[in-house]
Design a protein around this ligand. Structure first.
Ligand code: ADP
Ligand code: MG
Length: 384
């Protein structure tokens, strides 16, 4: 055997494009706003997206996602700010002259045209030669695995097949960026999950940058290189799925992406990378790892994911966060169970426990007194 290195090298690929200083983004949005009367639909949004990303705009209904997408496509003009695609300013550039294509939520297929003619429509408009159209349409249909169905009409297709026709039509013009507005919303759950993987594998084959609008956090987490979370027209956080899940910066993001137990209270101390906070919901102060400079007395919250909490009968060791309580409710989900534990202060905390073994009974039941515990590394401090 060869000698083991003293420390394993970190398993890390080349820096991601958004981490490279000076990398030229394929899309740069700077200070873009759009108002409709009293409503500010998009509020001072700035964003860089890099070549080859599958980037998601994630937010609740009315958060401004579609409006932002329409401004990138040129269907809507910003009141302020600038959009640049591949280094070129898009101000004054009409939609048809922009190197982007939009796949609409409704698919907007022509019902009287065959699949082939739907897919080739944009190329015909461009005056592309016949044989090139035929070739590109065939390639696009093969890519979305509809090679056999080119002669059908949209109403002779399933919902999933129509979705793929719309995708082929958007890809056939080889845009620099493909804008997809809720591309999977019309599909049922199983098909949606399968299509998420298909979309990503198609993106990897064609290399076109995808910008996907969704309100579905699981979809965004599964598909994206990075996610921008939108709330009331603003982007509140941008990061990889792991970053936004494990390090939410605000209460909103912590609660929007997955579940989080939030403990409010003034900061008691912040030193040596550990923040301690006094919450009225627990008997003892809570700690979390955080290197920022918090002031004593400052309002903050600690967020803890349910799966980071251990449920046990015996008192945990000192030095970690521990809360005593009573099991009030159990949600058995099959693969895991969620325990709702009430503290003496009347606060309910959710803790998830994977059901690792086949068993006829759960290890805890309603009314059991239990200790919840988690380490400071497994909690984060969030601002307002
Ligand atoms: P999302 O796609 O995130 O659901 P939208 O971008 O469609 O959000 O809408 C953001 C806000 O702007 C909403 O309050 C919506 O009512 C408003 N809005 C969008 N389009 C128009 C419009 N054409 N006229 C008036 N208000 C609009
Ligand atoms: Mg929308």
């Amino acid at each position: 055997m060869g000698e083991e290195p003293a420390r394993a090298a970190p398993r890390r690929a080349a820096p991601e494009p958004w981490e490279e200083p000076g990398a030229q983004p394929i899309l740069r949005v700077t200070g873009v706003s759009r108002r409709y009367g009293p409503v500010t639909a998009v509020d001072d949004v700035s964003l860089d997206i890099h070549r080859g990303e599958v980037f998601s705009l994630l937010g609740g209904s009315g958060s401004g996602k579609t409006t932002l997408l329409r401004m990138l496509a040129g269907f809507e003009l910003p009141d302020a700010g600038r959009v640049e695609i591949d280094g070129a300013d898009m101000t004054g550039v009409p939609p048809y002259a922009r190197p982007v294509n939009m796949m609409f939520q409704s698919y907007a297929l022509f019902p009287h045209m065959s699949v082939e003619r739907n897919v080739g429509f944009g190329l015909v408009q461009e005056g592309c030669p016949r044989d090139e159209i035929a070739r590109r349409v065939r390639d696009a249909l093969d890519l979305v695995q509809l090679g056999e169905l080119g002669g059908r009409r949209p109403n002779q297709l399933s919902g999933g097949q129509r979705q793929r026709v719309a995708l082929a039509r958007a890809l056939v013009k080889r845009p620099k960026i493909l804008l997809l507005d809720e591309p999977l919303a019309a599909l049922d759950r199983k098909l949606r999950e399968r299509t998420q993987f298909e979309l990503v594998s198609i993106q990897e084959k064609v290399g076109i940058t995808f910008l996907i609008v969704t309100h579905d956090q699981e979809e965004a987490m599964t598909m994206s290189s990075r996610i921008a979370i939108m709330d009331q027209g603003r982007i509140v956080q941008v990061g990889t799925p792991l970053q936004v899940y494990e390090h939410p910066r605000s209460r909103f993001v912590a609660g929007f992406i997955g579940m989080a137990n939030l403990f409010d209270g003034p900061v008691q101390s912040a030193a040596g990378g550990i923040v301690t906070l006094l919450s009225a919901d627990c008997a003892a102060p809570l700690s979390a790892v955080d290197a920022r400079a918090w002031q004593a007395g400052q309002a903050a919250a600690i967020a803890v994911r349910p799966e980071k909490i251990t449920v046990g009968r015996s008192e945990p060791a000192a030095g970690i966060n521990r809360v005593f309580g009573t099991i009030r409710d159990i949600a058995y989900l099959g693969d895991a169970s969620v325990y709702h534990v009430e503290t003496a202060q009347g606060r309910r905390i959710s803790a998830t426990r994977p059901n690792l073994r086949l068993a006829d009974e759960l290890p805890f039941t309603w009314g059991d007194a239990v200790w919840l515990s988690w380490t400071p590394e497994n909690a984060v401090v969030v601002g307002e």
